[in-house]
Design a protein around this ligand. Structure first.
Ligand code: CA
Length: 223
């Protein structure tokens, strides 16, 4: 799973952006100051998203340090400052893309995906292959789950739920999110049906690590 480091000091903006990025199944770590991010420049995230204007250490100083550690790591700059200047400076310092504020979160998601694909190839498992979790092989296209050579029978909804969690490992979904995804937004019923569905999936696939987030929902834990 791709891990994205997002450095942005506006709390509202970083929450929104992180939520959009996580919705794509990426893991996101947010830093709200340049100095917090500076302490982590030696980490190897899949990609950095840097705001230019930050209190303390700014985006330009950060990219200099990031590129000094590993100049292959992709970086996207976001900035509300003099746009042409930041764009040129950013590109000179090795940024791979640039977005001027204000932008639609969706646009950042698209740029991020393009850059990740360019650097790491097309993301899996959305290519329709199989995913293995513990002793199970989940064949996404065939909608089949195997344990060894034994096929485990799942209902269509059980499979939809499993598949959604598998494609977004680590992502915390509320019951409402899962209800909307598995039953559709037209469904008007109690979100307790989600609990029942999870219970059935756990019973059939006891080695799939679905974590309960009390009072919120569920998440598939990374193995
Ligand atoms: Ca800022």
């Amino acid at each position: 799973m791709h891990h994205i480091y997002l450095v942005e000091d506006e709390p509202h903006l970083h929450r929104v952006l992180a939520a959009y990025l996580e919705q794509e199944g990426w893991r996101v770590t947010v830093f709200s100051t340049g100095s917090e991010a500076q302490a982590r420049v030696r980490d190897k995230p899949s990609l950095w998203i840097l705001d230019v204007m930050l209190p303390g250490v700014d985006g330009f100083e950060l990219i200099r340090q990031i590129k000094a550690c590993d100049d292959a790591v992709p970086v996207i700059f976001i900035s509300a400052r003099d746009q042409d200047l930041d764009r040129v400076l950013g590109l000179e310092m090795g940024s791979d893309d640039y977005l001027a504020k204000p932008f639609l979160p969706r646009e950042l998601v698209i740029r991020t995906r393009k850059l990740l694909e360019r650097c790491y190839g097309v993301a899996k498992p959305s290519d329709g292959a199989s995913v293995s979790i513990g002793p199970y092989a989940i064949l996404l296209r065939e909608r089949t789950v195997l344990e060894g050579t034994d096929r485990i029978e799942l209902t269509s909804k059980e499979f939809d739920l499993l598949c959604h969690l598998v494609k977004h490992v680590g992502h915390a979904f509320s019951r409402d999110d899962l209800l909307n995804h598995v039953w559709g937004t037209e469904y008007f019923g109690s979100d307790r049906v989600v609990d029942d569905l999870v219970r059935r999936v756990r019973k059939k696939l006891p080695h799939v690590p679905i974590e309960t987030l009390y009072g919120f929902g569920y998440r598939l834990v990374e193995l």
